[in-house]
Design a protein around this ligand. Structure first.
Ligand code: HEM
Length: 506
């Protein structure tokens, strides 16, 4: 056998092994199971929907945004025909906020939308962690690609943060580049990739290129590889109504709490702000505040967490999917979650304040100890009372029609289809109330968010009234979804109504 043949055969074997491990091959896409229309089963789709809003709103912002650190003639407070004293990136952002019709709403919703994408992403990740979605046939690959997606989405947040070119974002980006440089092996190359020739313009241009072209393209490609459940046409109404509700809420919240644009980078008249990153990197900045922790060690810790997530499907190999039967992974997941929440809050409350080892032990210690005690106590009690392992994952691929992306642990026959017809039901009445509330709010002039909320109600009603030929995206009688959506939609309107009244009165 020639060297070339041997080389190809080895490559084939390695690839076949990889395919077997991650289940990429021979696992046909699965249709969603009837009854899997509950929000927890579609957390990934919600991330995607929120991401789509980012692309649309970002595309509109692009019409005005100028990725330049040099002065511009665009109007941002200076006399007409005079060059701005601020960089064009900031000046054009100011112009969007103050001169473009609905510009401040657009920009604020893009910003809050980014927060929502990241929040939803973590919900999707931790839900997958706790219910062991990576144990489903063919989902090891989805998980690994998901971890890469998480890094890319955080990269979108990182690069986007600089674009408004405020003093705050400029300072935070400088610190972050130093941290990136401290990454083992790839650090210097990654930092060089970000800063280019070392000028502020080069940093901004690269952040812009990554933010609007390179990262979105990579994310689109990976999402295509990542999701294994076809969503159209069966689930589209379901997703559309959630998407509309999301956009309505986002615009509502954005219009009530418009983003105040901080001062521009290089404004010598302004006092230097405390360097804080966007909230999703607060934990990392706080970690560097720990006395004795170097940037290299902080980055090593970050790499360890990412590696842990990457290899998780190969570590947690038992058939059990119920967290109660996976005490070690339950403890590790709780610890990670507790650590990130605590560090984020801490980073927000005391940014840049050095932390002594005693303080670290005092605050982080209880998170780990209480978590370990609670998990050990409940696991011990559960074993003593003779609890048989609950939920296990079938080792063999489930024959079609297979379950959709939901949590059910045992493959059970579909419950009798008892879809709602077109009679008036409680959810519809709730929707109607929501519509009345929406109309009331229109009187206050916040019409744009409520158009979306209104559309969400209407689609929700249309969905509830859809004929019951299975498998449709109709609502199963008694399913939590039948009540959850309208109740949430109604609560959303009530929430906006109350905040509006409070804003007007106070
Ligand atoms: C840009 C980020 C992401 C997007 C847009 C996304 C999107 C999706 C979509 C649309 C699905 C199909 C079912 C569903 O809606 O849940 C899915 C499933 C899945 N995702 Fe993600 N995802 C992202 C990030 C992640 C991350 C960070 C992880 C974990 C590390 C992950 C792990 C998984 C797994 C294991 C499944 C299969 C679940 C199952 O079928 O039971 N995803 N994702």
């Amino acid at each position: 056998m020639s060297f070339e043949e041997r080389f190809n055969r080895t490559l084939d074997r390695v690839w076949a092994w990889f395919e077997r491990q991650v289940g990429l091959a021979h696992t046909p896409p699965e249709p969603p199971r009837e009854g899997s229309f509950q929000p927890s089963a579609w957390t990934g789709a919600f991330v995607l929907a929120a991401f789509v809003y980012q692309i649309l709103s970002g595309g509109l912002l692009l019409l005005y945004y100028q990725p330049s650190v040099y002065p511009t003639l665009t109007q941002c407070g200076q006399a007409s025909g005079v060059l701005s004293s601020s960089p064009a990136a900031w000046c054009s952002t100011f112009y969007i906020m103050h001169s473009v019709p609905l510009g401040s709403l657009l920009l604020t919703s893009h910003l809050y939308g980014a927060y929502a994408v990241i929040l939803l992403l973590f919900v999707h990740l931790f839900r997958g962690y706790y219910v062991g979605t990576y144990k489903r046939p063919g989902r090891k690959g989805s998980w690994i690609v998901g971890v890469v997606l998480m890094l890319l989405v955080l990269g979108m947040g990182f690069t986007g943060y600089l674009l408004a070119y405020t003093q705050l974002s400029y300072n935070a980006t400088q610190v972050s580049v130093t941290l990136a440089q401290a990454l083992p092996v790839v650090g210097p190359a990654l930092a060089n990739l970000l800063i280019g020739d070392g000028t502020p313009q080069s940093l901004l241009s690269r952040a812009f290129a990554f933010h609007i072209v390179l990262l979105p393209l990579a994310i689109a490609l990976l999402v295509f590889l990542h999701k294994r459940t076809p969503m159209f046409p069966r689930v589209y109404l379901y997703l559309v109504k959630w998407g509309l509700l999301y956009v309505g809420l986002l615009l509502g919240v954005a219009s009530l709490w418009l983003w105040p644009l901080p001062t521009y980078a290089g404004n010598i008249g302004a006092t230097q702000p405390v360097t804080v990153p966007a909230w999703y990197f607060l934990w990392l900045f706080k970690l560097v505040d720990f006395v004795g922790v170097t940037p290299e060690e902080a980055m090593l810790f970050t790499v360890a967490v990412v590696l842990f997530l990457l290899v998780l499907p190969f570590l947690d190999r038992s058939q059990h999917i119920h967290p109660r039967d996976r005490p070690v992974f339950l403890f590790l997941g709780n610890s990670l979650l507790g650590f990130f929440v605590l560090m984020t809050v801490w980073g927000d409350l005391a940014p840049g304040v050095p932390v002594t080892p005693a303080d670290v032990a005092l605050r982080l210690g209880p998170v780990l100890v209480v978590n370990a005690l609670v998990v050990a106590f409940f696991y011990g009690r559960y074993r003593r009372t003779g609890g048989a392992p609950t939920a296990t994952r079938e080792p063999t691929p489930v024959p079609s029609p297979a379950p959709g992306p939901e949590t059910s642990s045992v493959v059970s026959p579909s419950p009798p289809s008892n879809l709602r017809g077109s009679t008036i039901t409680l959810p519809m009445l709730l929707c109607l109330l929501g519509v009345v509330g929406t109309l009331f709010l229109l009187a206050f002039g916040l019409w744009l968010p409520f158009l979306f909320l209104l559309a969400a109600f209407l689609v929700s009603i249309a969905e509830a009234a859809r004929p019951s030929h299975p498998p449709s995206s109709g609502l199963r009688s008694g399913s939590p979804e039948a009540l959850v959506f309208p109740a949430l939609a109604f609560a959303a309107v009530a929430f906006l109504l109350i905040s509006l009244v409070v804003t007007v009165l106070l």
